[in-house]
Design a protein around this ligand. Structure first.
Ligand SMILES: NC(=O)C1=CN([C@@H]2O[C@H](COP(=O)(O)OP(=O)(O)OC[C@H]3O[C@@H](n4cnc5c(N)ncnc54)[C@H](OP(=O)(O)O)[C@@H]3O)[C@@H](O)[C@H]2O)C=CC1
Ligand SMILES: Cc1cn([C@H]2C[C@H](O)[C@@H](COP(=O)(O)OP(=O)(O)O[C@H]3O[C@@H](C)C(=O)[C@@H](O)[C@H]3O)O2)c(=O)[nH]c1=O
Ligand SMILES: [Mg+2]
Length: 298
């Protein structure tokens, strides 16, 4: 089914863009632009690219994602995460195209004691979070058809992510110290891409809006790290992977105060994905299931 004529995709070397790229071929002709072909800090270049290509679907997983570095580069983070999405939205509106954009749990302050809903008021506590919220608001202020998909703790077999960081550290050190007081849901780039395709297959203008898109269940960063080690050890023998120095019991839970970073991170990053499950009729996989699936692709 080619539901769309021309799909403009950004961020193809990133985690989510890389997972989307092959899957999108089933929906239409994909024109993928990486940073060299389209620099999102260049507003005129964004306008020109959209006007030249005339897509009926724009998907923008490109973003400035270095959370700590953003604290010292707020203008750059804001240009890419706050301004560029609004330009895509203005151009999408001119063409009557749909804009699919990704956002983050870090738009919330984390002070809620239960999982966040799409109707909860965002209040970011980091430069990255504020820049992503500005992007959401710019899209919402436009007349473009849009889907804003908020996800969290994204990992995949490539790129910069917590899964690969933990495996790298676990091969070098015999102890890992990981914060155990920030709660959320690790989400695989495969789940994000599969769910995006499912929404697009049945897309209708009345679906415009924000959706939380996370693997189900919850943990904290320490729980995620421990599960990575446990699952790796289980798969290791049959797959002839290198041994780790760390034993699962040597993944130590610590407090946020014991791991100081430039950026503040929310204590509660949990988000309910009921709205997107109702729309797609899908049950999003549990984070532990998605993790095994990703590890098997290493
Ligand atoms: N990673 C995570 O944990 C989470 C991510 N998200 C959101 O999900 C989306 C996808 O994230 P993810 O795939 O992990 O991100 P990545 O950091 O893996 O990829 C980001 C991509 O954006 C590109 N990019 C960065 N700056 C520019 C620029 N100036 N012009 C053009 N392209 C640029 C990068 O290009 P290059 O390859 O050249 O560097 C890269 O391909 C983003 O919107 C992010 O905010 C939400 C929650 C969690
Ligand atoms: C490597 C390491 C991290 N940590 C902590 C720091 C932090 O609180 C947590 C995760 O670290 P990271 O730097 O991977 O996380 P971070 O870069 O904050 O990840 C975020 O990225 C952006 C793009 C998002 O949108 C968020 O959803 C989230 O995925 O683990 C430790 O406690 N010990 C360690 O050895
Ligand atoms: Mg990071």
């Amino acid at each position: 089914m080619t539901k769309f004529r021309k799909i403009l995709l950004t961020g193809i070397h990133g985690q989510v863009g890389n997972a989307l790229h092959p899957r999108l071929q089933q929906l239409g002709q994909v024109i993928a632009l990486d940073r060299k072909q389209l620099d999102l800090t260049d507003i005129n270049a964004i306008r020109q690219a959209v006007r030249d290509i005339k897509p009926d679907l724009i998907i923008n997983p490109a973003a400035y994602t270095a959370v700590d570095k953003a604290e010292s580069e707020p203008a750059l983070a804001h240009a890419i995460n706050g301004i560029a999405p609004g330009i895509f939205a203005e151009e999408a509106a001119r063409l009557g195209a749909l804009l699919v954009h990704y956002s983050t749990d870090y738009v919330f302050d984390g002070n809620k004691s239960s999982p966040y809903l799409e109707t909860d008021v965002p209040h970011p506590v980091s430069v990255y979070g504020a820049s992503k919220l500005a992007g959401e608001q710019a899209i919402q202020a436009s007349n473009a058809h849009h889907l804003i998909l908020r996800t969290s703790w994204v990992y995949s077999t490539h790129g910069k992510n917590f899964l690969l960081t933990i495996l790298r550290l676990a091969a070098q050190q015999d102890t890992l110290r990981i914060v155990a007081d920030q709660f959320g849901a690790p989400t695989s780039s495969n789940t994000i891409a599969d769910t995006t395709i499912a929404i697009l297959q049945q897309w209708d203008p009345q679906h415009n809006g924000i959706y939380h898109l996370v693997n189900s269940g919850e943990t904290n960063w320490h729980g995620f790290a421990r599960e990575i080690i446990l699952q790796y050890v289980q798969l290791q023998k049959q797959r002839h992977w290198q041994a780790l120095k760390v034993q699962p019991e040597h993944v130590i839970g610590i407090t946020t105060a014991e791991y100081p970073t430039p950026a503040h991170r929310p204590t509660n990053s949990r988000m309910l994905n009921k709205k997107i499950e109702q729309l797609t009729g899908l049950e999003l996989p549990h984070w532990q299931t998605a993790l095994v699936d990703t590890l098997k692709q290493l």
